[in-house]
Design a binder for this molecule. Structure first.
Ligand code: FAD
Length: 535
């Protein structure tokens, strides 16, 4: 057996602890093994190294970051798992980025949501207004040309009778009502409150697809209304940022540097294949009463490029995705409902297509000036924001050469469109060339002015299991970060936290898990903590 990270045999080991009673934490240097280096694992690691503990992150993939992972191909093209936008309501992720000195890596975009319809028809949901939330939101919905007047009035009826109104004076009370709406879909809720199917199609479906990769009929009302609640209560919450470049350079890179500077370690290509444990309660039928003593993890087996290894720690945190945790948990633990429920959760497929052109695709003008701007590779032109569409198989997309220029703009070429294909189901089995051809054709239908541009490079990343499916009725199956196994904890955006499966949700789950491990009260940042100044 390979010695585990940290001081094996040290008098400070705490082999039977449930959580680290951490005062004074630096006197008890506990070894924590974290499975998974997504944002949940990284966020937990930051809090644990801050508390003076020895952290080792074990990551199955050759790169860190999980669903927000990225890498560079041999030709210098930056590739990522998916298009990532950062809303200003990401209080916990922003606090983390401030701590590691990376907040400046976010590029705020204009406070307007852009819908591109077939034929180059651009419509806005424009939140720019001298008066803040909720009035900027009301103004946005009342003036958007994406919907006609009847749809707008029906929208107003639905939103006006929603818990969001209560939330303006009683946030927690409204969130309680919203949590209870987990049992129905957003479409059920919206249409039963007077909303129209036409606005679902033209506006809410692209937004639902962008948030959860499923449509309004499939997504829970809780999920959508949670976000609306945040947007309504804070002016900047609905404003978004993109990173200045690749996540591994500007997001997860600085977080890892912070962890490593405090003694933490990341082990890539280290897949945990088995959890070893002692389980006094695991008696076979007829062997007498089960012991009430909780199971206790004693080590992990890992598959690595150097062969199989075994490591030991004092505390274990599984910060996996849904398929990862379902594979990792020992079968015998399913006798605990907390673990068994995890197998009710599903993950949704998604595919991300990158298309590079020899000009600026989202420069929409048809006049000669626009035509020459479209061709001028020395000077970027077009829409520098996240773009939604109801008229393509991708729900949202962006020109990263404009929106995240540091790594994605390349000399001598133009737009790099990154398109998120949702629902992903039909695309996973299809050939890369077919996916590229279909996506390129749909881009040209949205931007006819780009018909003469040539597609010069493309890439497809398929994720057969990505976000957990935020379908109605799933909330009760999401596990807490503490588990029935005394020294085993869970993190990951699918675990219980009050936001959606997102970078913020992952960060929250990691912070919650670290607090449980440290035996400290949970101190999550709230939306109120997002200072207006950063907008
Ligand atoms: C295409 C796409 C677009 C997205 N867009 C946005 C967006 O715009 N805004 C937003 O906020 N969120 C977005 N998200 C969601 C966001 O990326 C995730 O919610 C978040 O990154 C999840 O983090 P996590 O740490 O919980 O899980 P993950 O990132 O999935 O990390 C889990 C890690 O555990 C590792 N692992 C699993 N099993 C093992 C094992 N046995 N041994 C070792 N390692 C293991 C995995 O390899 C992985 O690295 C998007 C996701 C995708 C896929």
């Amino acid at each position: 057996m390979e010695p585990g990270p940290g001081p094996v045999g040290s008098p400070h080991r705490a082999p039977t602890l449930c959580s680290i009673e951490s005062v004074p934490s630096r006197e008890v240097r506990v070894r924590v093994a974290i499975v998974g280096s997504g944002l949940a694992g990284l966020a937990a690691a930051v809090d644990l190294v801050d508390a003076g503990h020895q952290v080792d992150l074990y990551e199955a993939r050759p790169f860190m970051g999980g669903k927000v992972g990225s890498w560079e191909d041999p030709d210098g093209n930056h590739i990522e798992m998916g298009l990532h936008v950062f809303f200003f309501n990401y209080a916990n992720l922003f606090a983390l980025l401030r701590k590691v000195g990376a907040i400046e890596n976010l590029l705020p975009k204009e406070h307007t949501h852009l819908f591109v319809n077939r034929g180059g028809d651009l419509r806005e949901l424009d939140f720019r207004f001298p008066i803040g939330a909720p009035f900027n939101g009301l103004k946005a919905f009342f003036t958007t040309p994406q919907l006609d007047w009847i749809d707008k009035l029906r929208n107003a009826l639905a939103l006006g009778t929603s818990p969001i109104v209560r939330g303006l004076v009683d946030y927690e009370g409204a969130m309680k009502v919203i949590r209870d709406l987990d049992r129905i879909s957003f479409q059920q809720w919206f249409t039963s409150h007077g909303g129209s199917l036409h606005s679902i199609e033209r506006m809410w479906n692209p937004i639902a697809y962008a948030l959860g990769f499923i449509d309004c009929e499939a997504i829970s009302a809780r999920c959508m209304l949670t976000i609306f609640m945040m947007f309504a209560s804070k002016t900047e919450a609905s404003k978004l940022n993109l990173l200045k470049g690749s996540p591994h350079r500007w997001l997860t890179g600085p977080i890892l540097e912070y962890i490593e500077a405090r003694g933490g370690r990341l082990h890539l290509r280290h897949r945990v294949t088995e959890v070893h444990y002692l389980d006094p309660g695991a008696k076979a039928e007829g062997e007498g009463p089960r012991s009430a003593e909780a199971p206790h993890v004693t080590g992990l087996t890992l598959g690595t490029p150097e062969g199989e290894k075994r490591v030991e720690a004092d505390v274990y945190l599984a910060a996996c995705d849904v398929p990862g945790i379902q594979r990792l948990l020992p079968e015998a633990w399913r006798r605990f409902p907390e673990f068994d429920h995890i197998y009710q959760l599903e993950a949704v497929p998604v595919a991300t297509v990158q298309l590079r052109y020899d000009g600026w695709v989202t420069e929409l003008g048809d006049d000669p000036g626009a035509a020459s701007r479209r061709r001028d590779l020395s000077q970027p032109a077009g829409l520098d924001n996240l773009l939604y569409t109801a008229d393509a198989d991708f729900s949202c997309f962006a020109d990263l050469a404009l929106a995240s220029p540091v790594d994605y703009r390349k000399p001598g070429v133009g737009s790099l469109l990154q398109c998120v294909l949702t629902p992903g189901d039909p695309w996973i089995p299809r050939k890369v060339e077919e996916i590229v051809e279909a996506t390129d054709a749909q881009v040209r239908a949205l931007f006819p002015s780009a018909r003469d541009l040539t597609l010069v490079w493309s890439n497809v990343v398929k994720l057969a299991q990505s976000l957990y499916r935020e379908a109605p009725g799933m909330e009760p199956f999401r596990p807490d970060q503490s588990t029935p196994v005394s020294n085993f904890f869970l993190a990951g955006s699918y675990t219980r936290q009050d936001y959606i499966d997102s970078m913020e949700g992952a960060t929250m789950s990691g912070r919650l898990a670290a607090a449980r491990i440290l035996g400290r009260p949970v101190a999550l940042a709230t939306n109120d903590a997002v200072p207006a100044g950063v907008a």
